[in-house]
Design a protein around this ligand. Structure first.
Ligand code: NAP
Length: 300
């Protein structure tokens, strides 16, 4: 498909906050693009840039060599791959299916098995770096699947990301993303405990942050989200509701593997409470507000 420098035709499904800028970067890099989005209006911008729109995922699959999906959650991926007019109805030998959504490793393996049975290949390739990374083409991409499929997809990944790592077989990319989301969630919680304790003790939390940034407790999360908390800036960024979804995946995976993850469960529980309070659309750093509330400290 890449012989004679002819670029493969790429199908792209899911043109949301992340998907649209990723698709736009592929068009700008010269890839012929065929797109589908559930809400058709969201296809207009990429069609103006030269993409061809379709009516359902199976149609995307018919006309493309490589299909990329960027959807919110595991049931959405299940529907787009295995539902009526789903990708698996039409997948053919030689195609590569790349799911870049953050979803369960289990569905990554299910897609891989089904694709293999039809002579196709698949990769799970979730990302980190947010909407800015998507726009700038600087995403971190963690990939599960065969080395052969990874090498074929690598030129596409280079358009969308910078730190591109092949982790292991199918599902390994999603397991990596789950690990990432556990570390981020628990670190935000720890920073919250520290800053709330400082404030309640009458010690300037800004100075605590500055002091900690020079030592062993330093982290990007203390730097960026610590400052967000001090400024009380909780517009998203990364929405609490999506991080709660990622911890659902983490707990589910931990259960499958019989691994005890008590702190992940605790933060998941705190996020449940915040979602019940209508805070799911705020940035995940708002988790600190739950700790403040328990200390009877205002955080608005
Ligand atoms: P989003 O803005 O909600 O976009 C999701 C897109 O998928 C929408 O265009 C939506 O269509 C479409 N969709 C949803 N359910 C569908 C279904 N059942 N069938 C067909 N299309 C469907 O989400 P996002 O922020 O781009 O996130 C996508 C994935 O990337 C998520 O797994 C997220 O966790 C992950 N991620 C996000 C970030 C971030 O900072 N946002 C960072 C890293 C990873 P409609 O237009 O009809 O709603």
């Amino acid at each position: 498909m890449t012989v004679d420098n002819v670029k493969p035709t790429v199908g792209f499904i899911g043109l949301g906050i992340m998907g649209r800028p990723m698709a736009e970067n592929l068009i700008r890099a010269g890839y012929p693009l065929i797109v589908y989005n559930r809400t058709p209006q969201k296809m207009e911008a990429v069609v103006k840039l030269g993409a061809k729109s379709t009516n359902h995922p199976a149609q995307v699959c018919d006309d493309s060599d490589i299909v990329i999906t960027m959807l919110p959650d595991t049931p959405d991926v299940d529907q787009v791959y295995f539902g009526d007019h789903g990708i698996m109805n039409r997948v053919r030998a030689g195609q590569i299916l790349i799911d870049m959504s953050t979803v369960s490793p289990r569905i990554a393996r299910k897609i891989a098995e089904e694709a293999q049975a039809k002579g196709a290949e698949s990769l799970d390739a979730p990302v980190s770096g947010g909407d800015i990374g998507a726009k700038e083409g600087t995403l971190s991409i963690m990939v599960g699947g065969s080395v052969h499929a990874f090498e074929r997809a690598y030129p596409l990944f280079q358009v969308m990301g910078k730190n591109i790592v092949h982790i292991g077989p199918s599902g390994a990319g999603q397991v990596t993303k789950t690990c990432n989301q556990i570390v981020v969630a628990i670190t935000i919680e720890a920073i919250g405990e520290a800053l709330v304790l400082a404030e309640k003790s009458g010690v300037d939390p800004a100075k605590v942050r500055s002091a900690l940034l020079g030592g062993f407790a330093s982290s990007r999360i203390l730097e960026i989200h610590g400052q967000r908390v001090l400024d009380r800036r909780f517009e998203p960024g990364f929405k609490m509701r999506l991080h709660r979804k990622d911890l659902n995946i983490a707990l589910d995976t931990a259960q499958d593997m019989e691994v005890s993850t008590p702190l992940t469960a605790l933060v998941h529980d705190m996020m449940n409470s915040l979602l019940a309070q209508g805070k799911g659309e705020l940035d995940h750093s708002y988790l600190v507000a739950e700790i403040a509330k328990r200390a009877n400290l205002a955080m608005e």
